[in-house]
Design a protein around this ligand. Structure first.
Ligand SMILES: Cc1cc2nc3c(=O)[nH]c(=O)nc-3n(C[C@H](O)[C@H](O)[C@H](O)COP(=O)(O)O)c2cc1C
Length: 321
C-alpha cells in the first residue's frame, strides 16, 4: 500500500476537461497538490496518433506523478492506445465511467459504462495486464436515481484489479447539479472495508473542512478537488494544514493575483501568448471572483489579447484594496 499512497495522496486534483492541462497541474503542484489527473483523454484519439490528444498527456517539467484518465466505450481502443500512452510514462491510469456529456455517453463511454460494467472490468484487466501500472476507476452513483449501482460497480472494479476507486456522489442524470450525496461515501467505505483498495471521494468538496469531514467521518482515504480548485489551488496547502493543525491561512488578494499571473505566464510559455490569453480567461475570472473591483477587471480580461494587458488588469485589484 505504501507505493500506492505515493501515487494517490490524500488530496488530489480531479480530472477536469478544459482545465487540468499541464499549466494548471503545475500551479496545483506548486500550491501543494501531490498528484493530479489529466483531463479525460480519448483512447481512440491516442490510438490513432492524434497530436491534439497527445498534447493532453504533456507533462510540466518535474511532473513525476501523472495519472492519465482515459475514456473509451470498450477495451479495444484501450488496448490499441497503450503504445502511445506508455511513451508518456504515466504513474497510473484512471478510467472515466462518470462523464455525463451526451456526445460521450452515446458512444458507450463515460457514465454509459455504469450500465455495462463488464466493459469497464475488461478495460481494467487489459490495462493491468498490458501496462503493469495501477489502474483506478472514477464513477457515479448510477445512471439515474432509479438505477443506483455504485456498490456492485465498485465490487466489479475491485475484482478486476482496480487499486483505487473514486466515487462522484451524483447520478449521471444529476450532471453537476444538486447536492452530492455525502452519505454514499460512508456506504461505500463500509462496504469495501478490509479490501486492499483506496477509496476517494468527489462531489461538492470546496473547503478544507469538507475534505477533512469526508476523510475522518466517512471512511474515505482521500478526496479529489474539482470545481473547488478552479481559481483556488490554495485548497491543497490549506487542506494539508487543516488536517495536521486544525487551522489554515486563507490566501490574500496578493496571493490570488500573483498566482493568477504565474498561471498565465506558464500557459503563455506553453501555448503562446494568444492562445493563453483566450484559454486562461475562465481561470483568471475564477481567481479574482469576489475581490472588490473584480467586475471591471473581468471585463478588461475578456478583451485582453496580450499577457501584459491581462497582468495590468489583474494588478488593478491590488490598487483597489
Ligand atoms: C468543467 C468540468 C470538467 C470535468 N471533466 C472531467 C473529466 O475530464 N473526467 C472526469 O472524470 N470528471 C470530470 N469532471 C468531474 C469532476 O472531476 C468532479 O467529479 C465533479 O466536478 C464533482 O466534484 P465537485 O462537485 O467538487 O466539482 C468535470 C467537471 C467539471 C465541472
Amino acid at each position: 500500500m505504501t507505493d500506492l499512497r505515493e501515487i494517490y495522496p490524500r488530496f488530489m486534483l480531479a480530472p477536469l476537461a478544459g482545465y487540468t492541462d499541464k499549466a494548471f497541474r503545475q500551479i496545483a503542484h506548486e500550491c501543494g497538490a501531490e498528484a493530479s489527473v489529466t483531463e479525460m483523454v480519448s483512447a481512440e484519439g491516442l490510438a490513432r496518433g492524434s497530436d491534439k490528444t497527445e498534447l493532453l498527456l504533456d507533462r510540466f517539467p518535474g511532473e513525476n506523478n501523472l495519472i492519465v484518465q482515459l475514456f473509451a466505450p470498450s477495451a479495444d481502443p484501450i488496448e490499441r492506445c497503450i503504445p502511445a500512452l506508455m511513451k508518456h510514462n504515466p504513474a497510473a491510469i484512471d478510467i472515466n465511467c462518470g462523464c455525463p456529456v451526451p456526445k460521450v455517453v452515446k458512444t458507450g463511454a463515460g457514465s454509459a459504462l455504469m450500465r455495462t460494467p463488464e466493459r469497464m472490468t475488461e478495460m481494467v484487466r487489459t490495462l493491468k495486464r498490458e501496462t503493469g501500472l495501477p489502474v483506478s476507476v472514477k464513477f457515479r452513483l448510477g445512471w439515474d436515481s432509479s438505477s443506483i449501482c455504485f456498490l456492485d460497480f465498485a465490487d466489479a472494479a475491485y475484482d478486476a484489479g482496480a487499486s483505487m476507486l473514486t466515487l462522484h456522489a451524483r447520478t449521471r442524470a444529476a450532471g453537476y447539479s444538486g447536492t452530492a450525496d455525502r452519505q454514499a461515501f460512508k456506504v461505500l467505505s463500509d462496504h469495501m472495508r478490509g479490501k486492499d483498495v483506496l477509496l476517494f471521494a468527489s462531489g461538492d468538496i470546496f473547503t478544507p473542512e469538507d475534505a477533512e469531514d469526508i476523510i475522518r467521518n466517512y471512511g474515505m482515504d482521500g478526496v479529489m478537488f474539482a470545481r473547488g480548485a478552479i481559481g483556488n489551488p490554495f485548497i491543497f496547502r490549506m487542506s494539508s494544514e487543516f488536517f495536521s493543525t486544525g487551522s489554515y491561512k486563507l490566501p490574500s488578494i496578493e496571493d490570488k493575483v500573483d498566482t493568477a499571473i504565474r498561471h498565465l505566464h506558464l500557459a503563455a510559455g506553453y501555448y503562446g501568448e494568444n492562445t493563453a490569453c483566450r484559454e486562461m480567461r475562465k481561470h483568471l475570472m475564477a481567481y479574482i471572483k469576489g475581490i472588490k473591483g473584480a467586475n471591471k477587471v473581468k471585463a478588461e480580461i475578456s478583451q485582453a489579447l496580450t499577457e501584459s494587458e491581462c497582468v495590468m488588469a489583474l494588478q488593478k485589484l491590488l490598487e483597489e484594496k
